[in-house]
Design a protein around this ligand. Structure first.
Ligand code: ADP
Length: 618
Protein backbone atom coordinates (compact mmCIF):
# COMPACT_ATOMS: atom_id res chain seq x y z
CA UNK A 1 0.00 0.00 0.00
CA UNK A 2 1.21 3.50 -0.63
CA UNK A 3 2.29 5.35 2.48
CA UNK A 4 4.20 8.17 0.98
CA UNK A 5 3.12 9.98 -2.17
CA UNK A 6 5.52 12.67 -3.29
CA UNK A 7 4.49 15.52 -5.53
CA UNK A 8 7.20 16.85 -7.82
CA UNK A 9 7.46 19.57 -10.43
CA UNK A 10 8.49 19.00 -14.03
CA UNK A 11 11.69 20.65 -15.17
CA UNK A 12 11.12 23.75 -17.31
CA UNK A 13 12.18 22.13 -20.57
CA UNK A 14 9.90 19.19 -19.96
CA UNK A 15 7.01 21.58 -19.40
CA UNK A 16 7.71 23.07 -22.76
CA UNK A 17 7.59 19.71 -24.51
CA UNK A 18 4.41 18.81 -22.69
CA UNK A 19 2.79 22.07 -23.76
CA UNK A 20 3.76 21.43 -27.33
CA UNK A 21 2.44 17.90 -27.30
CA UNK A 22 -0.80 18.75 -25.57
CA UNK A 23 -1.62 21.98 -27.37
CA UNK A 24 -0.47 21.50 -30.88
CA UNK A 25 -2.71 20.18 -33.57
CA UNK A 26 -1.17 16.92 -34.47
CA UNK A 27 -1.64 15.13 -37.71
CA UNK A 28 -0.21 11.81 -36.56
CA UNK A 29 -1.51 10.89 -33.10
CA UNK A 30 -0.82 7.23 -33.95
CA UNK A 31 2.87 7.72 -33.31
CA UNK A 32 2.41 7.66 -29.54
CA UNK A 33 2.19 3.88 -29.76
CA UNK A 34 5.37 3.62 -31.76
CA UNK A 35 7.14 5.73 -29.14
CA UNK A 36 5.96 3.67 -26.20
CA UNK A 37 6.78 0.39 -27.95
CA UNK A 38 10.15 1.74 -28.86
CA UNK A 39 10.82 2.61 -25.20
CA UNK A 40 9.67 -0.86 -24.19
CA UNK A 41 11.99 -2.39 -26.75
CA UNK A 42 14.90 -0.27 -25.46
CA UNK A 43 14.11 -1.47 -21.95
CA UNK A 44 14.28 -5.08 -23.17
CA UNK A 45 17.51 -4.37 -25.03
CA UNK A 46 19.02 -2.97 -21.89
CA UNK A 47 17.96 -5.95 -19.84
CA UNK A 48 19.37 -8.32 -22.41
CA UNK A 49 22.61 -6.38 -22.44
CA UNK A 50 22.80 -6.43 -18.65
CA UNK A 51 22.26 -10.15 -18.59
CA UNK A 52 25.45 -10.62 -20.55
CA UNK A 53 27.44 -9.55 -17.54
CA UNK A 54 25.03 -10.56 -14.77
CA UNK A 55 24.29 -14.25 -15.26
CA UNK A 56 22.29 -14.35 -12.01
CA UNK A 57 19.55 -12.46 -13.88
CA UNK A 58 19.18 -15.29 -16.28
CA UNK A 59 16.00 -17.11 -15.59
CA UNK A 60 13.11 -18.25 -17.61
CA UNK A 61 12.13 -15.08 -19.34
CA UNK A 62 10.24 -14.57 -22.48
CA UNK A 63 10.96 -11.03 -23.55
CA UNK A 64 7.71 -9.53 -24.68
CA UNK A 65 5.70 -6.38 -25.15
CA UNK A 66 1.96 -6.30 -24.56
CA UNK A 67 -0.57 -3.77 -25.74
CA UNK A 68 -3.69 -4.01 -23.59
CA UNK A 69 -6.87 -2.07 -24.32
CA UNK A 70 -9.38 -1.92 -21.45
CA UNK A 71 -12.76 -0.80 -22.72
CA UNK A 72 -14.36 -0.79 -19.29
CA UNK A 73 -11.89 1.67 -17.78
CA UNK A 74 -11.04 3.46 -21.00
CA UNK A 75 -7.32 2.77 -20.63
CA UNK A 76 -4.62 1.50 -22.91
CA UNK A 77 -1.59 -0.14 -21.34
CA UNK A 78 1.79 -0.81 -22.92
CA UNK A 79 3.62 -3.40 -20.87
CA UNK A 80 7.14 -4.75 -21.09
CA UNK A 81 9.21 -7.10 -18.95
CA UNK A 82 12.37 -5.14 -19.56
CA UNK A 83 14.86 -3.48 -17.26
CA UNK A 84 12.33 -1.32 -15.36
CA UNK A 85 12.92 1.88 -13.43
CA UNK A 86 13.26 2.79 -9.77
CA UNK A 87 11.86 5.98 -8.26
CA UNK A 88 14.95 8.07 -8.92
CA UNK A 89 15.07 6.95 -12.51
CA UNK A 90 11.43 7.81 -13.01
CA UNK A 91 11.96 11.26 -11.58
CA UNK A 92 14.99 11.79 -13.73
CA UNK A 93 13.90 10.12 -16.96
CA UNK A 94 10.25 11.05 -17.02
CA UNK A 95 10.50 14.39 -15.22
CA UNK A 96 13.32 15.94 -17.19
CA UNK A 97 14.37 15.94 -20.79
CA UNK A 98 16.79 13.08 -20.50
CA UNK A 99 16.00 11.15 -23.63
CA UNK A 100 18.20 11.83 -26.61
CA UNK A 101 15.20 11.72 -28.90
CA UNK A 102 13.38 14.40 -27.03
CA UNK A 103 16.43 16.60 -26.75
CA UNK A 104 16.92 16.36 -30.49
CA UNK A 105 13.30 17.20 -31.00
CA UNK A 106 13.69 20.42 -29.07
CA UNK A 107 16.73 21.36 -31.12
CA UNK A 108 14.89 20.73 -34.38
CA UNK A 109 11.94 22.65 -33.07
CA UNK A 110 14.02 25.76 -32.58
CA UNK A 111 14.98 25.57 -36.23
CA UNK A 112 11.60 24.65 -37.67
CA UNK A 113 9.50 27.15 -35.73
CA UNK A 114 6.06 26.50 -34.30
CA UNK A 115 4.42 25.65 -37.62
CA UNK A 116 6.74 22.67 -37.99
CA UNK A 117 5.48 21.09 -34.78
CA UNK A 118 2.84 18.67 -36.07
CA UNK A 119 5.20 17.38 -38.73
CA UNK A 120 7.99 16.98 -36.21
CA UNK A 121 5.87 15.09 -33.74
CA UNK A 122 4.81 12.85 -36.60
CA UNK A 123 8.38 12.03 -37.42
CA UNK A 124 10.08 11.96 -34.07
CA UNK A 125 7.30 11.32 -31.67
CA UNK A 126 8.85 13.09 -28.68
CA UNK A 127 9.24 9.83 -26.84
CA UNK A 128 7.26 9.11 -23.76
CA UNK A 129 5.53 12.50 -23.75
CA UNK A 130 3.64 11.81 -26.93
CA UNK A 131 1.38 9.69 -24.74
CA UNK A 132 -0.23 12.97 -23.74
CA UNK A 133 -1.48 13.39 -27.28
CA UNK A 134 -4.08 10.75 -26.61
CA UNK A 135 -4.31 10.61 -22.81
CA UNK A 136 -5.17 13.18 -20.18
CA UNK A 137 -3.55 11.12 -17.46
CA UNK A 138 -0.65 8.66 -17.53
CA UNK A 139 0.34 6.19 -14.85
CA UNK A 140 3.66 4.41 -15.06
CA UNK A 141 4.11 1.34 -12.85
CA UNK A 142 7.59 -0.08 -12.79
CA UNK A 143 9.91 -2.35 -10.89
CA UNK A 144 13.58 -2.51 -11.83
CA UNK A 145 14.90 -5.98 -12.53
CA UNK A 146 16.58 -7.26 -9.40
CA UNK A 147 15.00 -4.56 -7.20
CA UNK A 148 12.48 -5.38 -4.46
CA UNK A 149 10.27 -2.31 -4.63
CA UNK A 150 8.15 -0.96 -7.39
CA UNK A 151 7.10 2.62 -8.02
CA UNK A 152 4.14 4.42 -9.48
CA UNK A 153 4.55 7.66 -11.36
CA UNK A 154 1.48 9.61 -12.32
CA UNK A 155 0.73 12.86 -14.05
CA UNK A 156 -1.97 14.71 -15.92
CA UNK A 157 0.67 16.51 -17.95
CA UNK A 158 0.21 19.71 -15.97
CA UNK A 159 2.96 21.20 -13.83
CA UNK A 160 3.52 18.27 -11.53
CA UNK A 161 3.73 14.53 -11.24
CA UNK A 162 3.45 12.26 -8.23
CA UNK A 163 5.58 9.35 -7.21
CA UNK A 164 5.00 6.63 -4.67
CA UNK A 165 6.30 3.21 -3.74
CA UNK A 166 4.27 0.18 -4.52
CA UNK A 167 4.94 -3.39 -3.45
CA UNK A 168 4.13 -6.45 -5.49
CA UNK A 169 4.66 -5.06 -8.94
CA UNK A 170 6.05 -7.42 -11.55
CA UNK A 171 9.47 -6.67 -13.03
CA UNK A 172 9.32 -4.33 -15.99
CA UNK A 173 7.12 -1.40 -16.83
CA UNK A 174 3.44 -0.70 -17.43
CA UNK A 175 2.52 2.57 -19.07
CA UNK A 176 -1.21 3.13 -18.53
CA UNK A 177 -2.85 5.76 -20.69
CA UNK A 178 -6.21 7.20 -19.58
CA UNK A 179 -7.50 7.95 -23.03
CA UNK A 180 -9.13 11.27 -23.79
CA UNK A 181 -12.83 11.13 -24.67
CA UNK A 182 -12.18 11.55 -28.38
CA UNK A 183 -9.37 9.00 -28.48
CA UNK A 184 -11.31 5.85 -27.71
CA UNK A 185 -10.48 4.50 -31.16
CA UNK A 186 -7.25 3.35 -29.54
CA UNK A 187 -9.20 0.70 -27.67
CA UNK A 188 -9.88 -1.18 -30.87
CA UNK A 189 -7.51 -4.18 -31.10
CA UNK A 190 -7.68 -4.31 -34.89
CA UNK A 191 -6.72 -0.67 -35.14
CA UNK A 192 -3.93 -1.17 -32.59
CA UNK A 193 -2.52 -4.19 -34.39
CA UNK A 194 -2.53 -2.16 -37.61
CA UNK A 195 -0.52 0.65 -36.03
CA UNK A 196 1.98 -1.78 -34.56
CA UNK A 197 2.48 -3.39 -37.94
CA UNK A 198 2.79 -0.05 -39.61
CA UNK A 199 5.32 1.56 -37.30
CA UNK A 200 6.91 -1.12 -35.19
CA UNK A 201 7.10 -4.17 -37.37
CA UNK A 202 10.86 -4.59 -37.12
CA UNK A 203 10.99 -4.31 -33.32
CA UNK A 204 12.90 -7.44 -32.43
CA UNK A 205 10.61 -8.52 -29.57
CA UNK A 206 7.15 -9.97 -30.00
CA UNK A 207 4.37 -7.43 -29.57
CA UNK A 208 1.04 -8.94 -28.52
CA UNK A 209 -2.26 -7.08 -28.70
CA UNK A 210 -5.01 -8.20 -26.35
CA UNK A 211 -8.05 -8.78 -28.46
CA UNK A 212 -11.10 -7.76 -26.49
CA UNK A 213 -12.77 -7.44 -23.14
CA UNK A 214 -12.60 -11.09 -22.13
CA UNK A 215 -9.01 -12.06 -21.36
CA UNK A 216 -8.40 -13.21 -24.94
CA UNK A 217 -4.97 -12.94 -26.53
CA UNK A 218 -3.98 -13.56 -30.04
CA UNK A 219 -1.32 -16.22 -29.78
CA UNK A 220 0.69 -14.69 -32.54
CA UNK A 221 2.71 -11.55 -32.14
CA UNK A 222 1.42 -8.92 -34.54
CA UNK A 223 4.87 -7.80 -35.70
CA UNK A 224 7.17 -9.81 -37.94
CA UNK A 225 10.16 -9.07 -35.66
CA UNK A 226 12.39 -9.03 -38.64
CA UNK A 227 14.59 -5.99 -38.40
CA UNK A 228 14.38 -3.84 -41.50
CA UNK A 229 18.10 -4.25 -42.11
CA UNK A 230 17.90 -8.01 -42.41
CA UNK A 231 15.04 -7.97 -44.90
CA UNK A 232 15.67 -8.36 -48.60
CA UNK A 233 15.48 -4.96 -50.24
CA UNK A 234 12.49 -5.86 -52.40
CA UNK A 235 10.39 -6.64 -49.33
CA UNK A 236 10.68 -3.14 -47.93
CA UNK A 237 9.15 -0.03 -49.46
CA UNK A 238 11.11 3.16 -50.14
CA UNK A 239 8.88 4.88 -47.68
CA UNK A 240 9.72 2.42 -44.91
CA UNK A 241 13.41 2.80 -45.59
CA UNK A 242 13.15 6.58 -45.60
CA UNK A 243 11.14 6.66 -42.41
CA UNK A 244 13.63 4.40 -40.70
CA UNK A 245 16.43 6.70 -41.77
CA UNK A 246 14.70 9.83 -40.57
CA UNK A 247 14.08 8.38 -37.15
CA UNK A 248 17.59 7.07 -36.89
CA UNK A 249 19.27 10.28 -37.93
CA UNK A 250 16.81 12.95 -36.82
CA UNK A 251 17.15 14.31 -40.31
CA UNK A 252 14.07 15.99 -41.77
CA UNK A 253 15.16 15.23 -45.31
CA UNK A 254 15.00 11.94 -47.07
CA UNK A 255 18.39 10.33 -47.62
CA UNK A 256 20.23 10.85 -50.87
CA UNK A 257 20.97 7.18 -51.26
CA UNK A 258 20.79 3.92 -49.34
CA UNK A 259 22.78 0.76 -49.35
CA UNK A 260 21.35 -2.57 -48.34
CA UNK A 261 24.08 -5.07 -48.03
CA UNK A 262 24.42 -8.62 -46.83
CA UNK A 263 27.99 -9.75 -46.31
CA UNK A 264 28.61 -13.43 -46.70
CA UNK A 265 31.68 -15.62 -46.65
CA UNK A 266 34.21 -15.39 -43.87
CA UNK A 267 32.14 -12.82 -42.02
CA UNK A 268 28.35 -12.69 -41.98
CA UNK A 269 26.71 -9.34 -41.50
CA UNK A 270 23.80 -7.17 -42.54
CA UNK A 271 24.23 -3.51 -43.23
CA UNK A 272 21.75 -0.80 -44.03
CA UNK A 273 23.57 2.43 -44.73
CA UNK A 274 22.36 5.84 -45.81
CA UNK A 275 24.02 8.82 -47.42
CA UNK A 276 22.29 11.94 -46.13
CA UNK A 277 21.16 14.60 -48.59
CA UNK A 278 22.87 17.44 -46.82
CA UNK A 279 25.37 17.94 -44.11
CA UNK A 280 25.41 19.75 -40.83
CA UNK A 281 28.41 21.87 -39.91
CA UNK A 282 29.28 19.42 -37.14
CA UNK A 283 29.83 16.61 -39.61
CA UNK A 284 33.01 18.25 -40.81
CA UNK A 285 34.49 18.38 -37.32
CA UNK A 286 37.10 15.66 -36.80
CA UNK A 287 35.60 14.42 -33.54
CA UNK A 288 32.08 14.13 -34.91
CA UNK A 289 30.55 10.80 -33.91
CA UNK A 290 29.32 8.48 -36.61
CA UNK A 291 25.82 7.23 -36.37
CA UNK A 292 26.26 3.57 -37.16
CA UNK A 293 24.39 1.34 -34.77
CA UNK A 294 26.04 -1.96 -34.12
CA UNK A 295 23.96 -5.02 -33.27
CA UNK A 296 25.23 -8.41 -32.35
CA UNK A 297 22.59 -11.11 -32.48
CA UNK A 298 19.80 -8.54 -32.11
CA UNK A 299 21.42 -6.84 -29.13
CA UNK A 300 22.50 -3.27 -29.68
CA UNK A 301 26.13 -3.15 -28.65
CA UNK A 302 26.86 0.43 -29.57
CA UNK A 303 24.68 3.27 -30.66
CA UNK A 304 27.40 5.29 -32.36
CA UNK A 305 30.01 2.83 -33.44
CA UNK A 306 32.76 4.73 -35.18
CA UNK A 307 34.95 1.69 -35.79
CA UNK A 308 32.78 0.47 -38.63
CA UNK A 309 33.82 3.07 -41.15
CA UNK A 310 36.92 5.15 -41.66
CA UNK A 311 36.70 8.64 -40.18
CA UNK A 312 36.23 10.40 -43.47
CA UNK A 313 32.97 8.51 -44.04
CA UNK A 314 31.57 9.83 -40.77
CA UNK A 315 28.54 11.29 -42.53
CA UNK A 316 27.12 7.82 -43.25
CA UNK A 317 24.25 6.70 -41.02
CA UNK A 318 22.81 3.27 -40.57
CA UNK A 319 22.80 -0.07 -38.86
CA UNK A 320 25.15 -3.00 -38.97
CA UNK A 321 24.38 -6.38 -37.46
CA UNK A 322 26.74 -9.28 -37.26
CA UNK A 323 26.29 -12.57 -35.50
CA UNK A 324 29.99 -13.34 -35.78
CA UNK A 325 31.02 -10.84 -33.15
CA UNK A 326 31.13 -11.91 -29.50
CA UNK A 327 28.27 -10.41 -27.51
CA UNK A 328 30.51 -9.23 -24.72
CA UNK A 329 32.80 -7.28 -26.97
CA UNK A 330 33.89 -4.02 -25.36
CA UNK A 331 34.43 -0.69 -27.03
CA UNK A 332 38.15 -0.90 -26.50
CA UNK A 333 38.49 -4.24 -28.23
CA UNK A 334 36.17 -3.29 -31.08
CA UNK A 335 39.00 -1.28 -32.58
CA UNK A 336 41.34 -4.22 -32.95
CA UNK A 337 38.76 -6.82 -33.73
CA UNK A 338 39.46 -8.69 -36.93
CA UNK A 339 35.82 -9.10 -37.85
CA UNK A 340 35.21 -5.38 -37.41
CA UNK A 341 38.14 -4.76 -39.74
CA UNK A 342 36.68 -7.07 -42.35
CA UNK A 343 33.30 -5.33 -42.08
CA UNK A 344 34.92 -1.91 -42.26
CA UNK A 345 36.77 -2.76 -45.44
CA UNK A 346 33.68 -4.21 -47.03
CA UNK A 347 31.52 -1.23 -46.10
CA UNK A 348 34.12 1.26 -47.28
CA UNK A 349 34.34 -0.49 -50.64
CA UNK A 350 30.56 -0.55 -50.94
CA UNK A 351 30.17 3.13 -50.18
CA UNK A 352 32.86 4.07 -52.67
CA UNK A 353 31.27 1.85 -55.35
CA UNK A 354 27.93 3.49 -54.73
CA UNK A 355 29.49 6.92 -55.20
CA UNK A 356 31.19 5.77 -58.39
CA UNK A 357 27.86 4.56 -59.73
CA UNK A 358 26.20 7.80 -58.79
CA UNK A 359 28.90 9.81 -60.51
CA UNK A 360 28.53 7.93 -63.76
CA UNK A 361 24.74 7.46 -63.74
CA UNK A 362 23.35 10.56 -62.12
CA UNK A 363 25.71 13.49 -62.28
CA UNK A 364 23.26 16.00 -60.80
CA UNK A 365 22.75 13.81 -57.76
CA UNK A 366 26.46 13.28 -57.39
CA UNK A 367 27.09 17.02 -57.56
CA UNK A 368 24.66 17.39 -54.70
CA UNK A 369 26.54 14.77 -52.77
CA UNK A 370 29.84 16.45 -53.49
CA UNK A 371 28.52 19.85 -52.42
CA UNK A 372 27.71 18.36 -49.06
CA UNK A 373 30.56 15.93 -48.52
CA UNK A 374 33.28 16.70 -51.06
CA UNK A 375 35.58 17.99 -48.33
CA UNK A 376 35.39 14.60 -46.64
CA UNK A 377 36.29 12.82 -49.87
CA UNK A 378 39.39 14.99 -49.93
CA UNK A 379 40.06 14.01 -46.34
CA UNK A 380 39.79 10.41 -47.51
CA UNK A 381 42.31 10.97 -50.26
CA UNK A 382 44.63 12.28 -47.59
CA UNK A 383 44.09 9.53 -45.07
CA UNK A 384 43.05 6.38 -46.93
CA UNK A 385 46.07 5.32 -48.89
CA UNK A 386 44.50 2.07 -49.99
CA UNK A 387 41.53 3.72 -51.66
CA UNK A 388 43.33 6.87 -52.72
CA UNK A 389 43.09 6.28 -56.45
CA UNK A 390 39.41 5.46 -56.37
CA UNK A 391 38.67 8.47 -54.20
CA UNK A 392 40.66 10.71 -56.54
CA UNK A 393 38.34 9.55 -59.34
CA UNK A 394 35.49 10.92 -57.24
CA UNK A 395 36.88 14.45 -57.02
CA UNK A 396 35.14 17.32 -58.72
CA UNK A 397 37.27 20.36 -59.46
CA UNK A 398 36.89 23.81 -60.92
CA UNK A 399 39.28 24.69 -63.68
CA UNK A 400 40.25 27.80 -65.58
CA UNK A 401 38.08 26.52 -68.38
CA UNK A 402 35.27 24.68 -66.62
CA UNK A 403 32.98 27.72 -66.48
CA UNK A 404 30.16 27.25 -64.00
CA UNK A 405 30.48 23.49 -63.77
CA UNK A 406 33.01 21.18 -62.22
CA UNK A 407 35.01 18.44 -63.84
CA UNK A 408 36.41 15.18 -62.67
CA UNK A 409 40.17 14.85 -62.86
CA UNK A 410 39.67 12.33 -65.61
CA UNK A 411 37.73 14.83 -67.65
CA UNK A 412 40.54 17.34 -67.20
CA UNK A 413 43.15 14.79 -68.22
CA UNK A 414 41.13 13.73 -71.26
CA UNK A 415 41.18 17.33 -72.43
CA UNK A 416 44.96 17.48 -72.47
CA UNK A 417 46.40 16.37 -75.79
CA UNK A 418 49.24 13.91 -75.89
CA UNK A 419 50.37 11.13 -73.62
CA UNK A 420 52.30 13.06 -71.05
CA UNK A 421 52.12 16.54 -69.72
CA UNK A 422 51.47 18.01 -66.34
CA UNK A 423 48.25 18.81 -64.56
CA UNK A 424 48.70 22.38 -63.44
CA UNK A 425 46.90 23.91 -60.52
CA UNK A 426 46.75 27.02 -58.43
CA UNK A 427 45.53 27.31 -54.86
CA UNK A 428 43.74 30.10 -53.06
CA UNK A 429 40.65 31.10 -51.15
CA UNK A 430 38.47 32.35 -53.92
CA UNK A 431 37.79 30.48 -57.10
CA UNK A 432 36.76 33.59 -59.04
CA UNK A 433 39.96 35.38 -58.08
CA UNK A 434 41.99 32.31 -58.91
CA UNK A 435 40.49 32.10 -62.37
CA UNK A 436 42.16 35.38 -63.24
CA UNK A 437 45.43 34.63 -61.47
CA UNK A 438 48.49 35.70 -63.46
CA UNK A 439 50.02 32.33 -62.57
CA UNK A 440 47.57 30.73 -64.97
CA UNK A 441 48.74 33.03 -67.73
CA UNK A 442 52.32 32.07 -66.92
CA UNK A 443 51.64 28.53 -68.10
CA UNK A 444 50.61 29.80 -71.48
CA UNK A 445 47.16 30.96 -72.43
CA UNK A 446 44.67 28.28 -73.27
CA UNK A 447 46.10 25.87 -70.72
CA UNK A 448 43.52 24.25 -68.49
CA UNK A 449 44.52 24.89 -64.91
CA UNK A 450 42.79 23.40 -61.86
CA UNK A 451 41.59 25.91 -59.27
CA UNK A 452 41.85 24.51 -55.76
CA UNK A 453 40.02 26.77 -53.38
CA UNK A 454 39.57 25.04 -50.04
CA UNK A 455 42.01 24.41 -47.18
CA UNK A 456 41.31 20.69 -47.46
CA UNK A 457 42.74 20.80 -50.98
CA UNK A 458 46.15 21.72 -49.64
CA UNK A 459 46.13 18.73 -47.32
CA UNK A 460 45.04 16.46 -50.09
CA UNK A 461 47.71 17.74 -52.44
CA UNK A 462 50.37 16.80 -49.95
CA UNK A 463 49.74 13.17 -50.78
CA UNK A 464 48.16 13.33 -54.22
CA UNK A 465 51.22 13.77 -56.38
CA UNK A 466 49.76 12.66 -59.65
CA UNK A 467 46.63 11.55 -61.40
CA UNK A 468 46.25 9.31 -64.42
CA UNK A 469 50.00 9.25 -64.95
CA UNK A 470 50.21 13.05 -64.92
CA UNK A 471 52.09 14.98 -62.29
CA UNK A 472 50.02 17.49 -60.38
CA UNK A 473 52.14 20.62 -60.41
CA UNK A 474 51.50 23.92 -58.66
CA UNK A 475 52.01 26.98 -60.79
CA UNK A 476 52.65 28.93 -57.63
CA UNK A 477 55.68 26.95 -56.59
CA UNK A 478 59.10 26.55 -58.09
CA UNK A 479 59.39 23.83 -60.68
CA UNK A 480 61.64 21.00 -59.56
CA UNK A 481 63.76 18.92 -61.92
CA UNK A 482 61.50 15.96 -61.18
CA UNK A 483 58.59 17.85 -62.75
CA UNK A 484 60.39 18.40 -66.02
CA UNK A 485 60.81 16.32 -69.13
CA UNK A 486 64.32 15.41 -70.26
CA UNK A 487 64.23 18.09 -72.95
CA UNK A 488 63.14 20.74 -70.46
CA UNK A 489 65.79 19.69 -68.02
CA UNK A 490 68.39 20.12 -70.73
CA UNK A 491 66.93 23.51 -71.62
CA UNK A 492 67.13 24.69 -68.03
CA UNK A 493 70.66 23.40 -67.65
CA UNK A 494 71.77 25.04 -70.86
CA UNK A 495 70.23 28.41 -69.94
CA UNK A 496 71.75 28.19 -66.48
CA UNK A 497 75.20 27.76 -67.98
CA UNK A 498 74.78 30.44 -70.64
CA UNK A 499 73.60 33.04 -68.18
CA UNK A 500 75.58 31.87 -65.14
CA UNK A 501 77.25 35.23 -64.51
CA UNK A 502 74.02 37.18 -64.98
CA UNK A 503 72.18 34.93 -62.52
CA UNK A 504 74.91 35.46 -59.96
CA UNK A 505 74.68 39.22 -60.47
CA UNK A 506 70.92 39.24 -60.08
CA UNK A 507 71.08 37.25 -56.87
CA UNK A 508 73.58 39.75 -55.47
CA UNK A 509 71.34 42.70 -56.32
CA UNK A 510 68.20 41.09 -54.91
CA UNK A 511 69.89 39.79 -51.75
CA UNK A 512 67.45 38.68 -49.06
CA UNK A 513 64.44 39.35 -51.23
CA UNK A 514 64.70 35.99 -52.92
CA UNK A 515 66.02 32.58 -52.05
CA UNK A 516 67.20 31.94 -55.60
CA UNK A 517 66.99 33.09 -59.21
CA UNK A 518 66.35 30.24 -61.63
CA UNK A 519 65.15 29.37 -65.10
CA UNK A 520 61.78 27.81 -65.65
CA UNK A 521 61.03 26.26 -69.03
CA UNK A 522 57.31 26.26 -68.33
CA UNK A 523 56.95 30.05 -68.55
CA UNK A 524 55.28 31.31 -71.71
CA UNK A 525 54.84 34.91 -72.84
CA UNK A 526 55.95 36.42 -69.53
CA UNK A 527 59.61 37.17 -68.73
CA UNK A 528 59.50 36.16 -65.09
CA UNK A 529 57.39 35.33 -62.06
CA UNK A 530 57.88 35.02 -58.32
CA UNK A 531 57.03 31.64 -56.89
CA UNK A 532 57.29 29.87 -53.55
CA UNK A 533 59.76 27.12 -52.89
CA UNK A 534 58.65 23.53 -53.26
CA UNK A 535 58.11 22.81 -49.60
CA UNK A 536 55.90 25.80 -49.08
CA UNK A 537 52.73 24.76 -47.27
CA UNK A 538 50.62 27.20 -49.28
CA UNK A 539 48.63 30.26 -48.31
CA UNK A 540 45.54 28.41 -47.08
CA UNK A 541 47.54 26.07 -44.93
CA UNK A 542 49.34 29.10 -43.50
CA UNK A 543 45.98 30.56 -42.56
CA UNK A 544 45.00 27.32 -40.87
CA UNK A 545 48.26 27.35 -38.89
CA UNK A 546 47.61 30.96 -37.94
CA UNK A 547 44.16 30.22 -36.59
CA UNK A 548 45.64 27.32 -34.60
CA UNK A 549 48.25 29.71 -33.17
CA UNK A 550 51.06 27.74 -34.70
CA UNK A 551 54.29 29.30 -35.83
CA UNK A 552 53.83 30.18 -39.49
CA UNK A 553 56.89 29.63 -41.65
CA UNK A 554 57.80 32.62 -43.81
CA UNK A 555 57.47 31.99 -47.53
CA UNK A 556 60.73 31.44 -49.40
CA UNK A 557 60.49 33.27 -52.68
CA UNK A 558 62.16 32.23 -55.91
CA UNK A 559 62.40 34.37 -59.03
CA UNK A 560 61.79 32.20 -62.06
CA UNK A 561 62.93 33.47 -65.45
CA UNK A 562 61.72 32.54 -68.90
CA UNK A 563 64.82 31.45 -70.82
CA UNK A 564 63.12 32.09 -74.16
CA UNK A 565 62.12 35.67 -73.45
CA UNK A 566 63.93 38.48 -75.39
CA UNK A 567 64.36 40.48 -72.16
CA UNK A 568 67.03 37.99 -71.18
CA UNK A 569 69.13 38.79 -74.24
CA UNK A 570 69.06 42.50 -73.45
CA UNK A 571 70.08 41.90 -69.85
CA UNK A 572 72.87 39.59 -70.95
CA UNK A 573 74.17 42.29 -73.28
CA UNK A 574 74.18 44.82 -70.48
CA UNK A 575 75.83 42.30 -68.20
CA UNK A 576 78.64 41.66 -70.67
CA UNK A 577 79.16 45.32 -71.64
CA UNK A 578 78.40 47.48 -68.61
CA UNK A 579 77.48 45.62 -65.49
CA UNK A 580 78.64 48.27 -63.02
CA UNK A 581 77.02 51.34 -64.58
CA UNK A 582 73.86 51.09 -62.47
CA UNK A 583 71.58 50.47 -65.43
CA UNK A 584 71.63 46.68 -65.14
CA UNK A 585 70.93 46.91 -61.42
CA UNK A 586 68.00 49.17 -62.20
CA UNK A 587 66.52 46.68 -64.62
CA UNK A 588 67.01 43.74 -62.31
CA UNK A 589 64.96 45.59 -59.70
CA UNK A 590 62.27 46.30 -62.29
CA UNK A 591 62.25 42.63 -63.24
CA UNK A 592 61.83 41.63 -59.61
CA UNK A 593 58.90 44.02 -59.13
CA UNK A 594 57.42 42.72 -62.35
CA UNK A 595 57.70 39.16 -61.02
CA UNK A 596 55.91 40.29 -57.89
CA UNK A 597 53.12 41.87 -59.89
CA UNK A 598 52.83 38.74 -62.03
CA UNK A 599 52.36 36.81 -58.81
CA UNK A 600 49.45 39.03 -57.85
CA UNK A 601 51.45 41.19 -55.41
CA UNK A 602 52.46 44.83 -55.43
CA UNK A 603 55.90 46.29 -56.06
CA UNK A 604 58.07 46.43 -52.96
CA UNK A 605 58.29 50.21 -53.17
CA UNK A 606 55.77 51.58 -55.68
CA UNK A 607 57.31 55.05 -55.99
CA UNK A 608 60.79 53.63 -56.63
CA UNK A 609 59.27 51.24 -59.15
CA UNK A 610 57.53 54.16 -60.87
CA UNK A 611 60.74 56.14 -61.11
CA UNK A 612 62.64 53.21 -62.55
CA UNK A 613 60.04 52.45 -65.19
CA UNK A 614 59.81 56.15 -66.12
CA UNK A 615 63.56 56.37 -66.62
CA UNK A 616 63.44 53.26 -68.77
CA UNK A 617 60.73 54.79 -70.93
CA UNK A 618 62.49 58.10 -71.48
P1 ADP B 1 13.99 8.51 -25.23
O1 ADP B 1 13.22 7.27 -25.50
O2 ADP B 1 14.32 9.28 -26.43
O3 ADP B 1 15.17 8.28 -24.36
P2 ADP B 1 11.64 9.17 -23.70
O4 ADP B 1 11.09 10.49 -23.25
O5 ADP B 1 10.77 8.35 -24.55
O6 ADP B 1 13.01 9.51 -24.40
O7 ADP B 1 12.02 8.31 -22.44
C1 ADP B 1 12.83 8.87 -21.44
C2 ADP B 1 13.53 7.78 -20.65
O8 ADP B 1 12.64 7.13 -19.79
C3 ADP B 1 14.15 6.68 -21.47
O9 ADP B 1 15.41 7.04 -22.00
C4 ADP B 1 14.25 5.57 -20.43
O10 ADP B 1 15.41 5.76 -19.63
C5 ADP B 1 13.03 5.78 -19.59
N1 ADP B 1 11.93 4.90 -20.03
C6 ADP B 1 10.88 5.22 -20.78
N2 ADP B 1 10.08 4.14 -20.98
C7 ADP B 1 10.66 3.10 -20.33
C8 ADP B 1 10.34 1.70 -20.16
N3 ADP B 1 9.25 1.14 -20.70
N4 ADP B 1 11.16 0.95 -19.41
C9 ADP B 1 12.28 1.48 -18.86
N5 ADP B 1 12.64 2.77 -19.00
C10 ADP B 1 11.83 3.58 -19.71
Amino acid sequence: MSHDTRKLKFKAETRKVLDIVINSLYSHPDVFLRELISNASDALDRLRFKMLTSPELDGDREFRIEVIPDVVNGTLTVRDNGIGMDGDEMTRELGTIAGSGTRNFLKKLQKAGEEGVPELIGQFGVGFYSGFMVADRIRVLSRPVGGDTGYVWESTGQDTFTLKEEKDLPEGTDVVLYLKGNMKEYLDPVRLAGIVRRYSDFISYPVYVKSGEDDKWKNEPVNSMKPIWTKPEEEVTDREYDEFYMRLSFDLQKPLSRLVFHGEGTTEFHALLYIPASRTVEMLLPDYKTGIRLFVRKVMIEEEADELLPRYLRFIRGVVESSDLPLNISRETLQENRIIRVIRNALTGKVISRLEEMLSNDRAKYEKFFDAFGELIKEGIYSDEKNRDRLADLLLVWTSRSGDGRKTLKEVVDGIPGESGRLYYVTGNDRKELASSPYIESAGSGREVILFDSPMDEFMLRVLGEYGGRKLVSLMKELGDEDLTEAEKAERKHAGETYAGLLEFMKDVLGERVEAVRFSPRLRDVPCILVNDRDDPGEMFRNVLKTLDHEVPKAKRILELNPAHPVLDRLQELYLEDRSGGELENRVMILFDLGTVMAGGRPENPSEFGKRVASLLS
